[in-house]
Design a protein around this ligand. Structure first.
Ligand code: FA5
Length: 361
């Protein structure tokens, strides 16, 4: 704080009364005292208190003013002038100290709020695709590379498409093979994606090679069965299609997905919509998780798909002449493919949305 106390006080008239002389002597002492008070104020609050003490209505300058009534009348203007000069000085001292404190506070704030632009930013955790979706994309990619195109179908399906058109009569015991969730008016939550075979064949003309993936629903729940799971239907209709084509396509798929020495077996089976029918199992190691190679002593079989040559009745139901056209179809469980791919032991983990599980993939 600048030293301004050296400023000359106005001179008293030579014939000043003793009262005025005493007043002037007291005035002379005031400015250095005020300056000391302001200088010792370390923050704005203390400075405000000091200002009120000096310049307020009941402050020290006001006290001086009250002493004027003791002076002779003609000396009051002189005393007033002297008071105003001191007052101006004290106001200036207070202002200087205020500016100093403001500058200090600003500097402290700038230091406290300083941003280090070289610090690394806070990382936002990134999400990623669910393992089922990753598997679905990969599987679809393999079949697309072989020339299959993708179609979609509804999850609520008519009983006719889901069962009847697929050669499953209303009293056919095959309906019990897939425990069904019925909705109203002859509709069901689709139990498989085979209905998309019907929808596509009814609206399109062969030759065609199509895949269709989506959720399907059954009353089922254990480590390898979930009540909602994902299937992919694939089928191909052309002239002179045989079981050998089906086997070739599926072997190509298994090798692309799990590698060329993966253990695979085709087993005869039954589906009302294919004849002949088969199921495909992949070797898996339940303990280690993941697909097993041929010769693994701990290997067990896991069924991943059903398949076969499209039944002539199904082709006829869709307006396709079975004398001219033949085709194969398959329906694979995407969840089981994911279990084998990632070594997941319980299918239900895929639907629990537990981040500790999902972040591993
Ligand atoms: C069918 O659903 C037939 N539509 C498949 C088919 C299509 C056969 C075309 C012939 C021609 P299946 O019920 O076996 O078949 O189911 C096929 C695959 O879905 C199974 O091999 C299995 O991988 C998977 N799967 C079946 N039920 C479940 C379930 N509850 N949870 C998880 N995956 C399942």
């Amino acid at each position: 704080m600048a030293d301004t106390t050296q400023t000359e006080s106005p001179a008293a008239p030579t014939d000043a009364s003793p009262g005025l002389q005493a007043l002037m002597a007291d005035f002379k002492k005031l400015t250095p005292l005020a300056q000391a008070d302001f200088a010792s104020a370390d923050d704005m609050k203390a400075l405000d208190e000091a200002r009120i003490e000096w310049l307020g209505k009941k402050g020290k300058l006001a006290d001086m003013n009250r002493r004027f009534k003791e002076l002779p009348q003609q000396e009051i203007p002189i005393a007033g002038k002297i008071l105003n000069q001191h007052k101006a000085q004290i106001i200036r001292l207070e202002k200087e100290r205020r500016e100093e404190l403001e500058a200090k506070e600003l500097e402290q704030r700038l230091v406290a709020e300083a941003i280090d632009v070289t610090m690394p930013g806070a990382a936002v955790p990134l999400g990623h695709m669910h393992p089922l979706l990753q598997t679905r994309r990969q599987v679809e990619g393999i079949f697309r590379n072989m020339g299959f195109r993708i179609v979609e179908g509804p999850e609520i399906e008519s009983e006719w498409v889901n069962f009847d058109a697929l050669n499953i009569a209303s009293d056919h015991p095959a309906r019990d093979m897939q425990d069904t969730f019925f909705t109203d008016r002859g509709r069901v939550l689709r139990t498989h994606t085979s209905g998309n075979q019907i929808r596509t064949m009814m609206t399109g003309k062969p030759p065609m090679a199509v895949i269709s993936t989506g959720r399907v629903y059954r009353c089922d729940s254990d480590p390898t069965h979930s009540p909602m799971f994902m299937q992919m239907e694939g089928f191909l209709v052309d002239r002179n299609v045989s079981m050998a084509h089906l086997k070739g396509v599926l072997m190509e798929f298994v090798h692309a997905l799990y590698g060329p020495d993966t253990a695979v077996q085709f087993r005869p089976s039954f589906f009302p919509f294919t004849e002949p029918s088969a199921e495909v199992d992949i070797g898996w190691n339940r303990e280690k998780g993941g697909a097993a190679k041929v010769g693994d002593p701990d290997m067990q079989w896991m069924e991943i798909l059903g398949c076969g040559m499209i039944h002539p009745n199904v082709l006829k139901n869709c307006g396709i002449d079975p004398e001219e056209w033949t085709g194969f179809a398959f329906g694979l469980g995407i969840d089981r493919i994911a279990m084998l791919k990632y070594g997941i032991k319980d299918i239900r983990l895929l639907y629990e949305n537990d981040l500790r599980f999902l972040t591993q993939f």
